[in-house]
Write a protein that binds this ligand. Structure first.
Ligand code: UDP
Length: 371
């Protein structure tokens, strides 16, 4: 029994831990309520066009962590890929994240980097210490750019007024005074040549790993295992006994198109009166392939109900107390570790999930004298 481990969730956190512990000699039962592995990283080819589709929305791998980069490259062939996002605002197309091109497009100017920096200085509200998303945006870029690029999109994405949202959400995006339109700052960036699902297949292809799909794990089964790693929503593990934490879910509307629909992988729709947040055209995520026809998805964000797949923990300040109550219960739950984006209720990127899962596995092995 001590040698048997249950892992709930076949997403990145669960798959990394399964692989690491199986390699160390443990027998793993890994469960997923869905009919496929890979969680929200899952990819599969569209039956009609054979284009590789990121089933739960675009996933671009980016990291500064060399250990994580080496790890993921052990399971796939990464193709170099730079995410260059376009944004539609008030009937104009702009470059994102906000860079010198965006500023010159938006203000119909020809500023050079130092002029742009000075100009932005005149737009920013430096008098505040930002406490929420809106204040952070006013502080960083000022009212006009906030209203054009962030206000409407953020309301749609999070279903809340930006004054109610944490400033940290905006801190994810760079602001540049040059023409670099790379969405990320990280050293290593790419997309796996054959999609993400292959990574999970390889990680979990191990004689000591048993995969149980379409299976809702029951807590009562904890007694059969030496340890449990749980990557589902922390509140659901405790039957939402203190009330539910808030998550956003996404719904994708699929369309086929003959040819090239929008000429880029991601087009954000920043205006509030357009109901979707962005359109992703997936053949552009695989420029190493040739496809004449196309498949694209309109992405709609909504509040997650109990039956929806939770995508984003919202992390409102008034929820901090609720989260703390669940965290206190989690600490008392002996023999169980809470992992990943939903298990820890944090907005984690893929690389951080992998780094934390490698660390969790290593700590577990050390504690159990296996390393
Ligand atoms: N955001 C925005 N307008 C955009 C892109 C992003 O207002 O065109 C805001 C939005 O609140 C979003 C956050 O910036 O949730 C972080 O953006 P990111 O692209 O990292 O979101 P993700 O890809 O994780 O959904």
């Amino acid at each position: 029994m001590k040698n048997r481990i249950a892992i709930i969730g076949t997403g990145l956190s669960g798959a990394v831990i399964a692989q690491q512990l199986a390699d160390a000699g443990y027998f793993i039962d890994i469960f997923d309520s869905r009919d496929h592995i890979g969680g929200n990283c899952h990819t599969q080819r569209d039956p009609e066009t054979r284009i590789m589709v990121h089933t739960y929305g675009p996933h671009i791998f980016h990291t500064d962590n060399e250990q994580v980069w080496d790890y993921i490259n052990g399971y796939c062939h990464m193709e170099p890929y730079i995410n260059r996002v376009k944004a539609l605002s008030q009937n104009h197309v702009y470059s994102l994240p906000i860079n010198l091109h965006t500023l010159n497009q938006f203000f119909k100017a020809t500023l050079n980097p130092s002029e742009a920096e000075l100009f932005l200085e005149s737009l920013r509200d430096n008098s505040i210490e930002p406490q929420n998303f809106e204040e952070q945006a006013m502080y960083l870029v000022g009212k006009e750019l906030y209203e054009a690029f962030f206000k409407g999109y953020t309301k749609k994405q999070w279903g809340r007024d930006p004054t109610k949202l944490p400033a940290s959400i905006l801190k994810r995006l760079p602001l540049r005074f040059n023409y670099n339109d790379n969405y990320f700052n990280h050293r290593f960036q790419g997309i796996p040549r054959n999609g993400y699902t292959e990574i999970f297949e390889k990680q979990l292809d191990h004689p000591k790993i048993q995969i149980h799909l379409n299976t809702h794990y029951r807590k009562a089964d904890n007694k059969n295992y030496g340890h449990v790693f749980y990557s589902g929503p922390i509140d659901q593990y405790f039957d939402c006994c203190f009330g539910a934490l808030a998550y956003r879910t996404l719904r994708f509307e699929k369309h086929h198109f003959k040819g090239d629909f929008q000429g880029c992988a991601v087009m954000n729709y920043c205006d509030e009166d357009i109901p979707f947040t962005r359109i992703s055209e997936h053949k552009h995520f695989a420029p190493w392939e040739t496809h004449h026809d196309s498949v694209y998805f309109k992405e709609f964000s909504a509040e997650a109900t109990a039956s929806d797949i939770p995508f984003y923990p919202i992390g409102l300040s008034e929820e901090a107390a609720l989260l703390e109550k669940y965290q206190a219960l989690a600490w008392q739950e002996s023999g169980t570790s809470f992992i990943g984006r939903l298990g820890t209720y944090r907005y984690l990127d893929m690389d951080v999930s992998i780094a934390e899962a490698l660390y969790a596995a290593k700590s577990f092995l050390l504690l159990n004298g296996r390393q």
